[in-house]
Design a protein around this ligand. Structure first.
Ligand SMILES: NC(=O)c1ccc[n+]([C@@H]2O[C@H](COP(=O)([O-])OP(=O)(O)OC[C@H]3O[C@@H](n4cnc5c(N)ncnc54)[C@H](OP(=O)(O)O)[C@@H]3O)[C@@H](O)[C@H]2O)c1
Length: 233
């Protein structure tokens, strides 16, 4: 059993927590408002779940999932996460997060920003390009022909190996995109962002579609930078 801690307990945090618990892991949930606001969620998740502050969760996790709006990434505890594997699910939406110059000019990527904030941690990008409802629905045991794959990226090979094995335990194959700098391949509006997992690409609420490793890899390989998209500029 691995303890998964969550900084952020919203749509994606609570969905990954449910998958982790169903796979026999333990979870520690946190948010910005305090553990007392997470009672209902923890009750739903059951005895393998508890709530804590973000700093306590960071200390408690064998692996820590950062799953908050990108604008809040500087609030993520630094010292408590030193040496740990940190899974980053965040995406950049300027309307929500405000303008971030180095993302607008594509001189860095979202997960590299988090890695720079957490220099002693080992950041692995995952879960950012799948709608939480599809993530909840698509997990399958190893060997199931309808098993889906999730993309990961990171600079630390051992951390990626651990995340691959954790994703395997919660029902997903993995496609390694390479270094953290390759994480742009699954960012908002790319070919590998979200839509491939939707049964109806026009309406993501209409259910999920399984996507295998070669399809995820091909979509990521065909992704374009914003500056190279026809609508850019
Ligand atoms: N929704 C999706 O399907 C999806 C899919 C892939 C990736 N993502 C990305 O994953 C991230 C989370 O998305 P979401 O949809 O799960 O968001 P959400 O439902 O709005 O939940 C956000 C969570 O972050 C917490 N939070 C906010 N500021 C915080 C801070 N400073 N410290 C600690 N916790 C904080 C919130 O707690 P409080 O309410 O207490 O502030 C809440 O629990 C975003 O970057 C999003 O772009 C989302």
């Amino acid at each position: 059993m691995t303890t998964w801690a969550f900084i952020g307990s919203g749509n994606i945090g609570s969905t990954v927590a449910r998958l982790a618990i169903d796979a026999g892991h333990g979870v520690v949930m946190s948010n910005s408002r305090g553990p007392e606001t997470l009672t209902e969620l923890v009750d739903q998740l059951g005895p393998q779940a508890r709530a804590a502050t973000a700093a306590e969760a960071a200390l408690a996790g064998d692996v820590v999932v950062v799953t908050i709006p990108l604008k809040a990434y500087r609030d993520v505890p630094v010292a408590e996460l030193a040496g740990k594997i940190v899974i980053d699910t965040m995406n950049y939406y300027p309307q929500r997060d405000g303008d971030v110059a180095e993302l607008d000019d594509e001189s860095t990527t979202t997960s590299e920003l988090l890695q720079a904030h957490l220099p002693e941690s080992r950041v692995v990008k995952a879960f950012n390009n799948i709608f939480f409802g599809h993530l909840a629905a698509l997990g399958r045991p190893t060997g199931d022909p309808a098993r889906s794959a999730l993309a990961i990226a990171g600079d630390d090979a051992a951390a990626k190996q651990t995340v691959t094995s954790l994703l395997n335990s919660i029902g997903y194959d993995t496609v390694d995109l390479g270094a953290l700098a390759q994480g742009w391949r699954t960012q908002r509006d790319t070919a590998a962002y979200g839509v491939m997992y939707a049964a109806d690409p026009q309406d993501w609420s209409k259910g999920a579609k399984s996507v295998d490793t070669s399809t995820v890899a091909a979509a990521a390989a065909s992704s374009k930078r914003y500056r190279d998209m026809p609508s850019a500029g």
